[in-house]
Design a protein around this ligand. Sequence first.
Ligand SMILES: Nc1nc2c(c(=O)[nH]1)N[C@H]1C(S)=C(S)[C@@H](COP(=O)(O)O)O[C@H]1N2
Ligand SMILES: [Mo]
Length: 174
Amino acid sequence: MIQDPQRRRFALGAASLAFGAAWRPAPSWALDQPSGEVVLTVSGRISRPNQGTEARLSREMIMALPQRSFTTATPWFVGPRRFEGPYLRDLLALVGATGTELRAQALNDYRADLPLSDSHNMDVILAMSIDGQPLRVRDKGPLFIIYNFDARPELRKEIYYARCVWQLSRLEVR
Ligand SMILES: Nc1nc2c(c(=O)[nH]1)N[C@H]1C(S)=C(S)[C@@H](COP(=O)(O)O)O[C@H]1N2
Ligand SMILES: [Mo]
């Protein structure tokens, strides 16, 4: 019994493909509508929008992706902290991103561009929690792009710090 509606929809889509598919529900590969507050909007070169040309994602939709974590020191918090959330590449796969660059926009109007290849070459997490606690807006949440600096000390440079957008609210795939 698959409880998660998104997974169930995938399962139904896969089943209809497996049976040769006289019955193929149109939205089988479409993204669900966000249930609850939208925390991240993805626009641009994506193949699975759910509202017009954009993919609007609630916290639950992001939590439904495999959750990954690592512990790393950062310039923003005292000492090494454990960050948890989906890999950026898994979120990009969810919305069907096909571009080469990401423009990441924060609630405070800060914005940074990062190569999409970072999400494949490195374990970049879209952190939603720190040491097991949800990141609040006042802790630079609800979403914070975090690179694994302890695993890759060569990333401890301004160009990568600048890509760590906190209070992330929008991604544009370019
Ligand atoms: N939302 C948001 N994220 C941001 C920034 C910002 O101003 N707002 N500054 C960026 C830059 S330029 C750097 S170098 C790092 C470190 O910023 P800080 O040293 O000012 O904390 O965070 C990055 N992420
Ligand atoms: Mo910076």
